[in-house]
Design a protein around this ligand. Structure first.
Ligand SMILES: NC(=O)C1=CN([C@@H]2O[C@H](COP(=O)(O)OP(=O)(O)OC[C@H]3O[C@@H](n4cnc5c(N)ncnc54)[C@H](OP(=O)(O)O)[C@@H]3O)[C@@H](O)[C@H]2O)C=CC1
Ligand SMILES: N[C@@H](CCC(=O)OP(=O)(O)O)C(=O)O
Length: 418
């Protein structure tokens, strides 16, 4: 395949489709989402078979358990994926809404209209349900999308792409409104991120290798959805019961996600009350613990955390633990090692909670809650494209509104400027 030629075709088709999508009514878009849901149901076994092929290849090539878990489409996850479409149908269409419409002294009215971004390119991990989530959110927000999923999920994604085409065709929208890149060759990523004439914004969801590539090469605006080196800080004035419950959940509820806690910071003044119990629970769940010198003195048989551990996003049942002498030391650690995704403080002290909220510079900052809540569905957005670790345009969980922008609209009646 000539990748440059292929991507030029994909890009031009997407640009053309984006104009039709910007004109599509909420009814048109919902009809397409509903038809896609129907096509997915009709092709259920073909998609699950394709997923089995991906899984078999993944196992043969030694993919680890967390990556295999994300790749797998169980029958329940398949149903959840289709149900997600129904949820997006139920969301209000953000496009066309005019806000802040005010009369100016000149007599014109000035306001802001919500509009699609145009063509959105999304590069994401080997998690096939993201293909449908991303397609649904881009369509509902009136955008065209070019989707580049992880190479391990190629068969699943191509089977899903067929359903996207069927649904769009049935609803009378361009089949090219969502295109799933058919090659795993990373040269296609290079083309996707360097052509502003085809693509208006790139959403990269991934880890360090992707960050490096995007930072070096992108010529298209980017909304980064990058790694999550997330922290929980248990303050001396924490409620021990809450601290244990939250810190356990933040690590073990799901290991492979970007909002999972990777380092637990514990105030030395409460460590003896919470750490032995927490360590027992983690160990029972099979979590490997790696601690600083002071936490190792408190917990028998745990490994040693080195400098690399503080910077590591394990995405696995491994946790780094560090004892600190107060909020300032915890903040210092977070400022140095956090990836700016999500951090949480456990405390009953109102003043310290307020300081943590004000001083931690992450996309979500929490008090007495698990970092696993950093999620569009949990925040009430209905669904999410992912979690933006960028500060501009959209930060934290990105839903429909984050996939749109605003333009100024001016209403006159023959008004002229004097
Ligand atoms: N903030 C958020 O919303 C999210 C963040 N993540 C983060 O993603 C990471 C885990 O996912 P993982 O699959 O390991 O991530 P990777 O970064 O390895 O892969 C993600 C995607 O990026 C592509 N990619 C990676 N490196 C390059 C490169 N140099 N050039 C071109 N394409 C590249 C991959 O393609 P290929 O298949 O060819 O490797 C894949 O499509 C974690 O850090 C996690 O926190 C994940 C989901 C959401
Ligand atoms: N918001 C999601 C996590 C984001 C996400 O998609 O992460 P990942 O499992 O790394 O692809 C959740 O809470 O499950």
């Amino acid at each position: 395949m000539d990748i440059q030629q292929y991507m030029a075709t994909v890009g031009e088709q997407a640009r053309g489709a984006s104009r039709a999508m910007a004109r599509a009514t909420a009814g048109d878009k919902n009809a397409a989402l509903s038809a896609i849901a129907g096509a997915l149901r009709a092709h259920r076994s073909a998609i699950l078979d394709a997923n089995q092929r991906d899984l078999a290849r993944g196992r043969d090539s030694g993919l680890d358990a967390a990556l295999l878990d994300r790749l797998e489409l169980t029958p329940e996850r398949f149903d959840g994926m289709v149900e997600g479409l129904e949820q997006v149908i139920a969301l209000a269409d953000p496009v066309g809404g005019i806000t802040d419409l005010n009369y100016r002294p000149s007599g014109i009215q000035v306001g802001k209209m919500r509009v699609p971004l145009g063509v959105i390119g999304i590069i994401y991990e080997s998690r096939p349900n993201v293909t449908i989530d991303a397609a649904a959110l881009c369509l509902k927000s009136g955008n065209a999308a070019i989707l580049r999923g992880g190479s391990e999920a190629i068969d699943s994604n191509q089977a899903i792409a067929e359903c996207l085409r069927i649904g769009l065709r049935e609803a009378g929208l361009p089949e090219t409104a969502v295109q799933v890149i058919e090659t795993t060759d990373r040269a296609a990523v290079g083309e996707l991120i360097t052509h502003p004439e085809w693509v208006d914004v790139i959403v990269p969801r991934g880890g360090k290798g992707l960050i490096e590539r995007i930072s070096n090469d992108a010529r298209v605006p980017v909304i980064k959805h990058l790694d999550g080196n997330c922290h929980v800080y248990i303050d001396a004035q924490a409620d021990a019961g809450k601290a244990i419950k939250v810190a356990y959940n933040a690590k073990t509820q799901r290991y492979g996600t970007c909002n999972t806690m990777e380092t637990l910071l514990v105030h030395a003044g409460i460590a003896e009350r919470v750490l032995p119990e927490l360590a027992a629970q983690y160990q029972a769940a099979g979590v490997e613990l790696r601690g600083c010198e002071r936490s190792r003195a408190l917990l028998d048989g745990i490994g040693e955390a080195t400098e690399t551990d503080w910077a590591e996003e394990y995405l696995a049942p491994v946790l780094a633990i560090k004892l600190v002498d107060g909020l300032d030391e915890a903040l210092e650690h977070i400022h140095r090692y956090s990836s700016g995704h999500t951090e949480s403080i456990i405390t009953e002290n109102y003043t310290l909670a307020r300081r943590f909220l004000a001083e931690v510079d992450s996309s979500s900052v929490m008090v007495n809650a698990s970092t696993r809540f950093a999620d569009g569905f949990e925040y009430g957005l209905g669904a999410e494209i992912g979690i933006s670790t960028d500060k501009l345009h959209a930060r934290g969980p990105v839903g429909l509104e984050g996939l749109t922008g605003q333009k100024w609209v001016v209403l006159g009646d023959g008004h002229v400027r004097t």
